[in-house]
Design a protein around this ligand. Structure first.
Ligand SMILES: [Zn+2]
Length: 349
C-alpha cells in the first residue's frame, strides 16, 4: 500500500521551504519574517474568505428560521425592499460607511450583521493559524510518520472551519428566534460524518485497530507477512466510522433523555428536539468526549445566565432560556480546546 514511504516531506512543505523566511526562519533565526509570511499566506486570506462566508451566514440567519430560500431573491432591505447593491454589501466596510443605515430608506441595520461577519472572519483566521502551526512550522514535518498525515491535518482543519460556521449561525438563530433549523443541524451531522469517512480512507493500515486477545502474538510467514497483535476485531477505519456513529447516537441520546424526563415530570417541553440534533452535530464533527465537554460548558453557561435573569427579576420560573445558544458556545470552546482540556482532565486519574 506504499505505507513505507514515510518521512517524505509533503509537497506543500516543499513549496513553503523555497519561500524566503520559511519555517526555519520561524523556528528562531528570523521569527518576525516567518510570522509575517504565515500571516500573509494563511491568516489574511482566511480572514477575508471568512468575512464573505459571514456575509452569507447573515443571509442564512435572516431567512432559514422563516423557511425562506437563502439563494433567491437577492439581498434587499427588509423595510423598503430596495435591492442592496454590491458596493453596499461589502462585509464590515459597508456597514461602517453607511453608518448602519439603509442607503435608500435610512432604516437601521442591526449590529448583528457586522458582528456575525467579524466573528466568522476571526474564526476562519484562527483555524488558518492552527493549520499553519500544524502543517509547516514543525509538527507535521518533524513527525511525518505516515504519508496521509498531511491530508489528516487538512481534513481536521476543514471540519473545525465548517463546524464553527454552523455553530455561529445556530448560536444567533436560537438567540433571536428560538429555532435551530434542520438545514444547519441535520446537514451538519451529514457533513461531519462524511469528513470522518474520508479520514478513515487516509488512515494508515494498523492505526486504531481493535484487537481481541492481544497477548498471543500470531506470526504469519507467507509473502507479505505481518506480526499481528492477536485477532483484529475491528480495523482502524471501521473503528473510526462505527465509533463516530455510536458517538452521534450517544450524544443525541443524553439531551433526548433529559427532554423525556422533563416532559414526564413537568408535563411541558423543556428541551427542544433542535438541541438534540445540535448535540448530534457536535459529536459528528468532534467525537463523543468533546461533545460532552460542549454539553457541560453549555449547560453551565445557561445555568449562570438563568440565575442572573432570576436575580435581576427579569425572568420567572417558566421563562425560556435559549439553551441552544449556550450549547453552541460550548461547541466552539470544545472545537478549540477539547484536546488539551480532556488531556488535563484525564491527568487526575
Ligand atoms: Zn431600506
Amino acid at each position: 500500500m506504499g505505507r513505507d514511504v514515510a518521512l517524505s516531506a509533503c509537497d506543500f512543505c516543499q513549496i513553503f521551504d523555497r519561500l524566503p523566511g520559511n519555517a526555519a526562519a520561524y523556528r528562531g533565526r528570523r521569527p518576525i519574517l516567518g510570522m509575517m509570511l504565515i500571516l500573509l499566506a494563511f491568516e489574511l486570506p482566511a480572514f477575508l474568505f471568512g468575512l464573505l462566508m459571514g456575509s452569507f451566514l447573515d443571509v442564512c440567519i435572516s431567512r432559514l428560521p422563516e423557511h425562506k430560500s437563502v439563494v433567491k431573491p437577492r439581498s434587499h432591505c427588509p423595510r423598503c425592499l430596495a435591492p442592496i447593491r454590491w458596493y453596499d454589501n461589502v462585509p464590515l466596510v459597508s456597514w461602517v460607511l453607511l453608518a448602519a443605515k439603509c442607503r435608500n430608506c435610512k432604516a437601521a441595520i442591526p449590529w448583528r450583521y457586522p458582528a456575525v461577519e467579524l466573528a466568522t472572519g476571526l474564526w476562519f483566521a484562527f483555524v488558518a493559524w492552527l493549520l499553519a502551526l500544524r502543517l509547516d512550522v514543525g509538527l507535521v514535518r518533524r513527525y511525518h510518520s505516515y504519508p496521509g498525515q498531511e491530508t489528516a491535518v487538512w481534513l481536521g482543519a476543514a471540519a473545525i472551519l465548517i463546524l464553527g460556521f454552523l455553530l455561529i449561525g445556530l448560536l444567533v438563530m436560537d438567540w433571536q428566534t428560538h429555532t435551530l433549523p434542520d438545514a444547519f443541524t441535520l446537514t451538519g451531522i451529514a457533513i461531519g460524518f462524511f469528513i470522518v469517512c474520508v479520514q478513515a480512507i487516509f488512515l494508515p493500515s494498523g492505526a486504531y485497530d481493535i484487537h481481541l486477545n492481544p497477548q498471543n502474538q500470531m506470526r504469519l510467514s507467507s509473502p507479505g507477512s505481518f506480526a499481528s497483535q492477536g485477532d483484529v476485531f475491528l480495523t482502524g477505519p471501521e473503528h473510526l466510522v462505527f465509533g463516530r456513529l455510536l458517538a452521534i447516537c450517544a450524544a443525541a441520546a443524553i439531551p433526548w433523555l433529559i427532554r423525556a424526563l422533563y416532559k414526564a415530570m413537568r408535563r411541558r417541553e423543556g428541551l427542544g428536539l433542535g438541541d438534540v440534533k445540535l448535540m448530534a452535530m457536535i459529536a459528528a464533527f468532534l467525537g463523543f468526549a468533546p461533545a460532552m465537554l460542549a454539553f457541560f460548558v453549555g449547560v453551565m453557561l445557561a445555568a449562570v445566565y438563568g440565575i442572573m435573569l432570576l436575580a435581576g427579576r427579569r425572568a420567572t420560573n417558566s421563562s425560556q432560556i435559549p439553551l441552544g445558544t449556550f450549547l453552541c458556545i460550548g461547541g466552539l470552546v470544545a472545537a478549540l480546546f477539547a484536546e488539551p482540556m480532556i488531556a488535563w482532565y484525564r491527568g487526575f486519574f
